[in-house]
Design a protein around this ligand. Structure first.
Ligand SMILES: [Fe+2]
Ligand SMILES: [Fe+2]
Length: 188
């Protein structure tokens, strides 16, 4: 049976796909702060995995389209700077105890910068892409993103229970490498 949560991602173009992921990320950022201990660790791993796939899709598939649009170079650069900053904050967070006050404070800052970044994409970048690309091209871009994300081994298969129990997420930098590999090989 089809999981209804997957339907919206199948119904639109790449912008709709990324907007749906923004909503999921917003929810997970709140989940991290609302939880403690193992649960907080779990949500922190989940949001990092989601961001690794999402930001890689934007870097490899969206940014080249943005740069081609009039005035797009500056818009693309602004978003890349924000993403690179977020990666540094994540690397710092990964060294902290998730239950420490230090982590909670830093994570609140991280959450706000991710929210600001998503809003900048939604108000500056995505409208520019809609104006300057054929609807068809944006549907094809969604197919590319979906294909690559399906290949990205950034999280254990839901049915692989024993693997999931032993699963260690590892650093964000490694998640990004795996996502980039999947995007590169999905084009071959
Ligand atoms: Fe982004
Ligand atoms: Fe985004």
């Amino acid at each position: 049976m089809t999981d209804v949560r997957e339907v919206p991602n199948d119904a639109g173009d790449v912008i709709q796909f990324l907007l749906n992921q923004h909503q999921q990320v917003r929810g997970l950022l709140d989940d991290v702060l609302a939880a403690t201990g193992e649960d907080r660790r779990h949500y922190f791993d989940t949001v990092r995995e989601m961001l690794a796939r999402h930001e890689t899709a934007e870097e490899m598939i969206i940014r080249p389209l943005t740069r081609k649009a009039p005035g797009g170079e500056q818009v693309a650069e602004g978003r890349m700077d924000e993403e690179n900053e977020a990666k540094e904050v994540l690397a710092a967070l990964e060294k902290m105890d998730v239950d420490s006050a230090e982590f909670a404070q830093k994570f609140r800052e991280f959450r706000q910068s991710v929210l600001d970044h998503a809003q900048a994409e939604e108000t500056q970048e995505f409208p520019l892409l809609r104006q300057n690309n054929d609807p068809d091209a944006l549907v094809k871009a969604r197919d590319r993103v979906k294909r690559a994300e399906d290949m990205a081994p950034t999280h254990p298969h839901p049915s692989a229970k024993s693997t999931a129990a032993n699963y260690v997420a590892g650093p964000f930098a490694a998640m990004l490498d795996r996502a980039r590999d999947a995007f590169s090989s999905s084009d071959k």
